[in-house]
Design a protein around this ligand. Structure first.
Ligand SMILES: [Zn+2]
Length: 416
């Protein structure tokens, strides 16, 4: 009989081979038909594994239940992972390669393309000398983000079904589409899911545990110049491109992505295009701290108002919208769910590494919608590109952590 580790690896490889990149240009939900096909395949596997209430809804969300095996009322715990892979890099024709007893040196991913995975470039590699790694063939991403999460959840729950002596409450699982294009929480039926709290299994390397992320807003800025013949322009012409330049010069230069790290926020210029007559730009505003986030938005509004006063007409139109918020505010009142994850890791011999997410997650949006949802590691490295890899030992640990969370949650009293 196959070991749980073998099952986990073969399951991951099978999932990784499927092309499930999401498509930001599609209005469909899910954005690609391949994700719906994958959802149906997963539902079949969950049924075979012995889960109940297995369901795929019209939007491609897969849900299933592991019923409680304890008499007392304990919290319903959820586990969530996403089925899509990033559209930022080729996800068609993924052929995972398994490197057994990695020698600690450079791995040749693809000889013809001279694609190498080397410890000089990726310092995280060295620590896995002697272990089994799963890597790409250099032509695609691997999709450990987040198919490792799915494989880990399914295998952890399947193994719980085969070890009924392990006590656990009701467990709900959900696989979502379109996380990579920011839509994974859009049609998540929280009521149907019915968990008291959940974990996304969508983090990076061994031990990662995250419950803080950016507050985020997007600003679309349209600048209308006053276009006249340059020979007769004195005191009349307003050059939209130069107004854009003035605006950018008034933003604090240290608050750019390339100058910030850890808990520092930024303004990120994503797009700038135009002519003297008309220009447009897109800015992303990010900060962990709610007050600083607010101040950043206010600063942009003030700059726009001042420049408009200078031109004497509303040359700049600012359309600024909040995108998502830091989940910390929603997790702090239930910090015991973070403690639970830490304890589950310690029990598995994994040192928890709490880090802030310099981005957003579906878990953040779900937390604000009422389902507190920290993020735990999958074990993967270098997501969204050809150098993505995952050590099998980390995947096994992720599986153990999921099981430990199920066990430990039975010691929590259900809040009514
Ligand atoms: Zn992910």
């Amino acid at each position: 009989m196959l070991s749980w580790e073998d099952k986990l690896v073969s399951r991951f490889v099978r999932y990784a081979e499927r092309h499930t990149a999401s498509d930001p240009h599609s209005d469909a939900f899910p954005s690609t038909p391949e994700q719906m096909e994958f959802a149906l395949l997963l539902a079949g596997e969950l049924e075979t594994a012995g889960l109940s209430e297995v369901e795929v809804d019209a939007n491609g969300y897969v849900m299933a239940t592991l019923p409680s095996n304890v008499p007392e009322e304990v919290p319903v715990v959820g586990f969530i992972a996403h089925m899509d892979t990033s559209p930022d890099f080729n996800g068609l024709g993924v052929l995972p390669q398994i490197i057994e007893k990695y020698d600690g040196g450079t791995i040749i991913l693809n000889r013809e393309k001279n694609m190498l995975l080397s410890p000089e470039e990726f310092s995280g590699l060295k620590q896995y000398a002697g272990e089994t790694l799963i890597v790409t063939d250099g032509a695609t991403l691997l999709g450990a983000d987040d198919k490792a999460g799915i494989a880990e959840i399914v295998t952890a729950i399947e193994s719980l079904i085969h070890t009924p002596e392990i006590r656990h409450g009701k467990i709900r699982i959900c696989f979502t589409p379109d996380e990579e294009i920011g839509r994974g929480a859009d049609r998540f039926d929280l009521k149907k899911f019915g968990a008291d709290f959940a974990y996304t299994v969508d983090g990076g390397e061994l031990g990662e545990l995250e419950y803080e992320n950016f507050n985020a807003a997007r600003a679309e800025i349209r600048i209308t110049g006053k276009s006249v013949h340059p020979g007769a322009a004195k005191n009349i012409m307003v050059n939209a491109l130069l107004v854009a330049q003035q605006l950018l010069a008034l933003l604090p230069p240290e608050q750019k992505p390339e100058n910030t790290e850890h808990y520092e926020g930024f303004f990120h210029l994503v797009e700038l295009s135009g002519k003297a007559a008309e220009a447009k730009m897109e800015l992303l505003i990010r900060d962990f701290d709610a007050l600083k986030f607010h101040q950043k938005k206010q600063l942009l509004e003030t700059i726009v108002a001042e420049l408009n006063a200078g031109t004497g007409y509303p040359a700049i139109e600012l359309d600024m919208k909040d995108q998502y918020y830091n989940m910390r505010e929603k997790i702090e009142p239930v910090m015991h769910i973070v403690e639970l994850a830490k304890e589950a890791m310690t029990m598995a011999g994994v040192e928890p590494r709490v880090i802030p997410i310099r981005g957003g997650t579906d878990g953040a949006r779900l937390s604000w919608l009422g389902l507190p949802c920290p993020n735990i590691f999958t074990g993967g490295h270098n997501f969204h590109g050809p150098w993505e890899f995952i050590p099998v030992s980390s995947m096994v640990k992720a599986m153990e952590v999921i099981q430990n969370i199920c066990k430990l949650a039975t010691e929590m009293h259900k809040k009514s």
